[in-house]
Design a protein. Structure first.
Length: 135
């Protein structure tokens, strides 16, 4: 799974294996092995990769789909739906995710715009609010 997520993140950022190696200090051969799925980096190296690609570490540990627009679609609760369920504004949710205050999701900056991921499971665990089917 890590290899698949790494390829997605590198594609979104337009980063080659060589550039990733230079940015992280991880050897090019190690990056190649990660991309081939032969090895998975240890936590420190994984964090360095996440930082270099400007993706949250969780992205590499779970499976998400990135559309051409850079949005997360799989197992994602929308900002508007989360705000409605919590009785707050969507802006409250967006800012909370951008500032890493809300523990049930995160924001990733693509170019100049943020994209948001909210885990339905973590949302329910944190808020105690059940998500209606189709939410």
């Amino acid at each position: 799974m890590f290899a698949k997520q790494l390829r997605k993140a590198m594609e979104v950022r337009g980063m080659s294996a060589k550039k990733l190696s230079d940015a992280t200090g991880i050897g090019n051969s190690s990056i190649s092995q990660y991309l081939a799925g032969k090895n998975t980096p240890r936590d420190g190296a994984m964090q360095a990769i996440a930082d270099a690609l400007d993706f949250p570490l969780e992205f590499f540990k779970e499976e998400f789909i990135i559309t051409q627009e850079g949005t997360f679609r799989e197992n994602n609760l929308s900002v508007v739906a989360a705000a409605k369920l919590m009785g707050v504004t969507p802006q409250f949710i967006r800012i909370g995710l951008q500032r890493h205050i809300l523990p049930f999701g995160y924001a990733v900056k693509f170019n100049s715009e943020y994209r948001y991921y909210i885990s339905p499971v973590k949302f329910t665990e944190h808020t105690g609010i059940s998500i209606p089917r189709g939410g």
